[in-house]
Write a protein that binds this ligand. Structure first.
Ligand code: PLP
Length: 478
């Protein structure tokens, strides 16, 4: 008799549901016939009854079987009977398409947070609600008119926001640009997506930092790209590594996050920046500079972007509203040569006709308002305070068991755990105790690294979260 394969990646309940569906369609169980009971089937297949219950629920949701209290589970008459009504097999469809599913650890974290909103969240890479300028934005929304036009807007982005960004980029990032070189996107994430989908082709080789936020994005694999690693040390990536990768693999593009890198918090060294620009111009190689964190520099002097020192146009620059104000508005921007902006705006037209006008109006108003500077100042102070609370808690709870470099900006602390540990086990123990974090392997590192985001939990949660994390770690070491 058929038995589910315990080594398979497909869950047991799904294998059982598929097998029953096959047996029903081959006529082993005709329409209206009674299926074996959950208990009997569980015995036959050597699984828990709860697994069979899940398999039945799956078939019930597809309309293949029906259960009635007291009279067991039967094959649906309508499904396979005279009436040719067939529910599509949604599972098969859901496995189709070109998007790969998210990294399993990230799906597990999202599931845990969904089931237990009280979990202390060191995993979500975003600001706490009280670090976002909610009152300021509410005031601006009350003071300004937002509904001049409600038709489709330019897919390149709302012109007044692009004009505001021209001044913002000059003043805060030292970048000279024009509104025709700016594309507004739904966060930096969409800029990365558009670049991988529209400027690169399946099979192209690209270089990304190691570790890197990009490893957490199956987007690169979904686009069929070959990924090569640029190890990050305390001064960022080494430009010579790009030259070697180019020689060996003819890499087509380099993705870096040079300011307060996610996850390590590293800032690319100023000499290496110059070398990197030289390598890029020597090889005619585009560099994607992903720069969401720079304005969080705790001392108020953000590192200048590569884009501000890029005379020949090697840099595609990506910015975002998410880490400095509000991730939920989904506002990001890309600065690129006009031909590239046009191509990407044309793709936006096909995808979604561009971003909704409202968040673009709100973000533009805020960036040019007198609220922006004081907000940034408060954000930097609060992040610095939270960083210190986290570091103190780690030193108190886990002396000698964690190593880290103290970041000077950004939302994350990257820690190496001194004993060898298994990422998955630690995450499960931590979730059991009420805290989540992101295992370092999500970012491409070996087991034994952890990323703590300190921008999201409040200071009390940081303290109790680290004490729960320490218990989880000790339970594995001992
Ligand atoms: C380095 C980096 N780039 C891009 C993103 C995407 O952010 P968003 O789409 O919200 O701008 C993130 C989010 O965590 C990030 O850390």
């Amino acid at each position: 008799m058929w038995k589910p394969d315990r080594q398979s990646k497909q869950p047991l309940f799904q294998q059982i549901a598929d097998d029953l569906e096959r047996r029903i369609s081959y006529g082993e169980f005709p329409p209206g016939s009674l299926l074996p009971s959950e208990r009997k089937l569980a015995e036959q297949l050597g699984v828990n009854r709860s697994t069979v219950i899940m398999a039945f629920a799956e078939l019930r949701s597809l309309g293949i079987i029906e259960s009635q209290i007291g009279s067991g589970t039967r094959v649906s008459k309508y499904k396979w009977g005279v009436t040719p009504k067939h529910t599509p097999n949604w599972h098969r469809y859901a496995e189709g398409g070109s998007f790969l599913p998210n990294v399993p650890f990230l799906r597990r974290i999202r599931e845990a947070l969904g089931q237990r909103p009280s979990l202390i969240d060191f995993a979500s890479g975003e600001l706490a609600a009280n670090l976002s300028p909610i009152d300021e934005i509410t005031t601006l929304m009350n003071e300004n008119q937002y509904t001049a036009y409600l038709g489709y807007d330019n897919p390149q982005g709302y012109v007044p926001l692009r004009q505001t960004l021209v001044s913002y980029l000059r003043q805060y990032r030292g970048i000279q640009t024009t509104e025709s070189s700016i594309l507004i996107t739904s966060g930096s994430q969409q800029s990365l997506y558009l670049i991988t989908q529209c400027l690169l082709s399946p099979g192209d080789a690209v270089a990304i930092e190691d570790p890197s936020y990009c490893y957490s994005l199956p987007m690169f694999q979904s686009a069929g790209l070959q990924l090569f690693r640029l190890p990050v040390d305390c001064k960022g990536i080494r430009p010579d590594d790009i030259r070697s990768l180019y020689k060996k693999h003819r890499i087509k593009m380099v993705f870096i996050n040079p300011n307060f890198q996610n996850p390590t918090g590293t800032v690319l060294d100023s000499e290496r920046r110059i070398q990197l620009l030289n390598v890029a111009s020597e090889l005619g190689l585009p560099i994607v500079e992903d720069d969401p964190f720079s304005l969080t520099a705790y001392d108020g002097t953000p590192p200048l972007p590569l884009k501000s020192m890029d005379p020949i146009g090697s840099i595609l620059y990506i910015g975002s509203f998410s880490k400095i104000a509000a991730s939920g508005l989904r506002i990001g921007w890309m600065i690129a040569p006009h031909s590239v902006v046009e191509r990407l705006a044309d793709a936006r037209q096909q995808m979604d006709f561009g971003l909704s006008v409202f968040p673009q109006q709100v973000a533009g108003q805020f960036l040019k308002s007198p609220f922006f500077d004081p907000h940034l100042e408060r954000l930097r102070m609060q992040l610095l305070f939270k960083r210190d609370v986290l570091i103190e808690a780690l030193q108190r709870e886990l002396p000698g068991l964690v190593e880290f470099t103290v970041p000077q900006g950004g939302l994350h602390l990257w820690c190496k755990l001194v004993p060898e540990i298994h990422d998955g086990k630690l995450l499960e123990e931590a979730i059991r105790r009420g805290v989540v974090f992101v295992p370092g392997s999500v970012y491409g590192s070996d087991s034994g690294f952890v990323r703590f985001t300190f921008a999201r939990p409040d200071t009390e949660e940081i303290v109790s979260g680290i004490s729960k994390f320490a218990e989880a770690l000790r339970s594995i070491i001992n």
